[in-house]
Design a protein around this ligand. Structure first.
Ligand SMILES: Cc1cc2nc3c(=O)[nH]c(=O)nc-3n(C[C@H](O)[C@H](O)[C@H](O)COP(=O)(O)OP(=O)(O)OC[C@H]3O[C@@H](n4cnc5c(N)ncnc54)[C@H](O)[C@@H]3O)c2cc1C
Length: 346
């Protein structure tokens, strides 16, 4: 057996997409995860790839914009290699504007988006009536429609990446010895480990719960209303999420807080009231102290690297994260944006 240049520990979206970027550049990679592909927070079902608001620009927002713009090609190549679809589609997003102040702000952002997003995407203030029944109620009759937001199905995306990796000869196993450089992409468990090793809080977990409904909404935009994401997938399902819980006893058990999420979503979109709930799911988002992704060499541990802290936007960030980590692992080139370093959390 040939030895791997890189051992990736953790088969969530960060580990898998970094493994993929390295394989695409010709590296020999193995992936090791005792719990299997998508066993952590990446095995969920929401999958909003949504931008920050186009204002107060900073390196984090720029990195996220670039990552969102990479996604189409990224998921197309994954599908071409392994034959599985991640359910990616750039279907845009609607957000109701509930008062005059929100409308003023949204119109300002219409302008700033022109500068910041340039011709890649638009942030438009539009009449809710343009979108007929698939639109949350809006007090002003107006909504923001952005053409940057996309969706994909998290669990299917992990499976698609695993298939693409296997098609290139990568082994994905529960247990294997380290060979080559080691990337630790262990999500919440990895943060707890880092907290213990550094004897301080580097990050923690924020539980989230979501539901999947059987409803074929077609190729319509995702919705963001009343703090909830409503994501129509391309397989005749709609995902609704999520709760955000700093304190929790049962990391992977949904509870009655999810009932409230479902009730609010179906109140906003009555057509969903008839839809059958086919899954209730919970996971723990890995949140770095800085709230940004936490990427780079493991301080004081040569040959070891960390990719963690995807928090609420791990899937949106994954294409960009995979590129900067492959640059670092394979070429020693450090293009990690300011604020994304391990040291920012120590
Ligand atoms: C309810 C909910 C909704 C979300 N919605 C969105 C969304 O709409 N859009 C978005 O972009 N993001 C969303 N997220 C966030 C996203 O899911 C996370 O940012 C992302 O999954 C983090 O990926 P990860 O690979 O870092 O961690 P994980 O997916 O948790 O992967 C870590 C992996 O490491 C493995 N592992 C643990 N210990 C070891 C070990 N010792 N050795 C090897 N492997 C180990 C685990 O088994 C696991 O597979 C959501 C999260 C939740 C919970």
């Amino acid at each position: 057996m040939t030895m791997a240049d890189i051992t990736v520990r953790g088969a969530g979206i960060f580990g898998l997409s970094i493994a993929w970027a390295c394989v695409q550049r010709g590296a020999r990679v193995q992936v090791v995860d005792p719990h299997g592909v998508g066993a952590g927070s990446s095995g969920g079902l929401v999958g909003a790839l949504a931008p920050h608001v186009p204002e107060n620009w900073n390196p984090k927002k720029q990195f996220q914009l670039e990552s969102l713009l990479m996604a189409q090609q990224f998921w197309t190549e994954v599908k071409a290699a392994g034959g599985h679809s991640a359910g990616y589609g750039r279907t845009g997003r609607l957000q109701p504007l509930q008062d005059a102040r929100a409308v003023v702000l949204a119109r300002q952002r219409e302008d700033t988006a022109r500068d910041l997003w340039q011709n890649h995407a638009q942030w438009q203030v539009r009449p809710a009536s343009d979108f007929s029944a698939w639109c949350p109620p809006s007090e002003t009759g107006l909504v923001v429609y952005d053409t940057l937001s996309a969706r994909m199905h998290p669990r299917r995306a992990c499976a698609a990446l695993a298939a693409a990796l296997v098609s290139k000869g990568v082994t994905i196993s529960a247990e294997a010895a380290d060979t080559g450089q080691v990337l630790h992409a262990k999500g919440y468990a990895g943060l707890l480990d880092l907290n213990a090793r550094f004897a301080r809080t580097v990050g923690n977990g924020v539980k989230g719960q979501a539901a999947l409904l059987r409803h074929d909404a077609g190729e319509v935009p995702q919705l963001y209303a009343d703090g909830l994401h409503i994501i129509p997938h391309d397989d005749g399902t709609v995902a609704i999420g999520s709760t955000s819980e700093r304190l929790f006893d049962h990391p992977s058990a949904p509870d009655n807080q999810l009932d409230d999420v479902i009730a609010r979503a179906t109140a906003a979109i009555p057509v969903l009231q008839q839809a059958r709930i086919i899954e209730r799911w919970a996971g723990v988002r890995p949140r770095a102290k800085s709230r940004a992704p936490m990427l780079g060499p493991w301080p004081g541990r040569p040959g070891h690297f960390i990719a963690n802290g995807g928090f609420k936007i791990g899937f949106g960030m994954a294409p960009g994260v995979s590129q900067v980590m492959a640059d670092l692992l394979l070429d020693g080139n450090d293009h990690i944006p300011p604020g994304f370093r391990i040291e920012d959390n120590l």
